[in-house]
Design a protein around this ligand. Sequence first.
Ligand code: BDR
Ligand code: CA
Length: 307
Amino acid sequence: MVLDCDPGHDDAMALLLAVADPGVELLGVTTVAGNQTVEKCTVNARRVLSLAGVSDVPVARGADRPLVRPLRIADDVHGETGLDGPLFDGDPEVPEAATTAAELMVDVLAKRHEPVTIVATGALTNIATLLADRPDLHANIEQIVWMGGSTERGNVTPYAEANCFVDPEAADQVLRSGVPFTMCGLNVTHQALVTDDVLAAFAGIGTPLARICVEWMTFFASTYRRLWGFTAPPLHDPVAVARVIDPAIVRCVDANVVIETAGEWTAGATVVDLHQYTGRPATARVAVELDTTAYWTKLVDAIARID
Ligand code: BDR
Ligand code: CA
């Protein structure tokens, strides 16, 4: 898998799951502007891999802004660094790759003998650019699994989820590409709530990394409480990784999904036809249900596996 992300507290946990689960071979990490600037998101991705002791996975920087819109960051949710909470000294050990995100993805897709899954946990800017520039590589992509969108309402506007809202044109292009696409939206990630029991399970691991994870999730809990009144925050992004590790954890249905790019009040909305009102063909697999017990077991086991 290649993980395209904008860390981000939940992206950080998705990265750790991808790094540590035995079912994943992580071939590269690419970053995109979203939760914070791409510079900060890239430092954060390097930080997470450094904390996990992973030095053999390249981290490459991607798009610094959406395809056509100005960048809107989520510092209200993720803080000034994009990964606020615990403080770290100095630059992370894991370096930034000399290649761009686009070059890294092309390299991985062209060299692998089998199709590669791309998991995206931010705006789809890098992926849209890749698909537009290299139609010859579409067949080398097994599937794109995205945390984004919603079958219901949004979290930054009444109808738009943040990753879609940042770059609706990119999401639209990716959906139109015909590459197999799975959408893990808010309707399912809001089932992944970091309750006190979940937090206690992470704390019980007792390693320095697990303590950092608890601090990240505690920070995330504070912003979700303040901004949305959640009593426990939803840990969105690892849901997309979990879907790849074990599809049974995230039940999906096929549906027509289109992206609203022109709506005056609804730009970035994912219009999901779960009930076949439109008669349009399915364009995506859409996540509808999370096995929360299996999900948290996967995540806790993954963090516990990292010394
Ligand atoms: C998504 O937005 C970001 O803030 C999170 O990292 C997640 O990818 C949830 O809407
Ligand atoms: Ca994210």
